[in-house]
Design a protein around this ligand. Structure first.
Ligand SMILES: [Zn+2]
Length: 131
C-alpha cells in the first residue's frame, strides 16, 4: 500500500480564508448586520422631506426633486443630513475580527520580521534626533 502524500499544513486557500476572516466585516450577529447596512443612518446621506426617499448626494437629491416634486422649490436645507443626525458615522466595523491596533514592541520582538521592524523604528528615531 502506497503511503498517502503528507498533507500540507496550510493550503493557500486556508490562509486566504483566514486573512479574509480577519479583515472582512462579517458575522457579529444582528449588530454586525446592522453595521454593514450602514448603522442607523444608512449609507444614503440625504432624505427627501416630501416623500422620504434617500439620496447619497445633494446633487442626486436635486435630480430626484426635479423629477418627482417639480411644483415645489428645491431647498437643500430641508433635506436632512442623515450622517450628521447620527454623528457622521455610517459604519463602525464592529464585526471585523482583525485588530486595528498597532502591534506592541513586545509582540514585535517575538517574530523575526517584527524584530526587523523594531530596528527600523529605532533607526528612524535616531535619524529624527539629528534633523
Ligand atoms: Zn421625494
Amino acid at each position: 500500500m502506497a503511503g498517502k502524500a503528507k498533507p500540507k499544513k496550510h493550503t493557500a486557500k486556508e490562509i486566504a480564508g483566514k486573512v479574509a476572516a480577519a479583515t472582512t466585516n462579517k458575522g457579529g450577529g444582528k449588530a454586525g448586520l446592522a453595521d454593514r447596512l450602514g448603522g442607523a443612518a444608512g449609507h444614503a446621506k440625504f432624505k427627501c422631506p416630501s416623500c422620504g426617499i434617500q439620496s447619497p448626494s445633494i446633487k442626486s437629491a436635486e435630480m430626484h426633486w426635479d423629477s418627482k416634486h417639480p411644483k415645489l422649490p428645491f431647498k437643500p436645507e430641508d433635506w436632512s443630513d442623515m450622517h450628521a443626525v447620527h454623528g457622521g458615522v455610517t459604519t463602525q466595523g464592529v464585526a471585523v475580527k482583525g485588530s486595528s491596533k498597532e502591534k506592541t514592541k513586545h509582540e514585535l520582538a517575538k517574530s523575526q520580521s517584527g524584530q526587523q521592524k523594531l530596528k527600523e523604528i529605532e533607526q528612524q528615531k535616531a535619524m529624527a534626533k539629528f534633523q
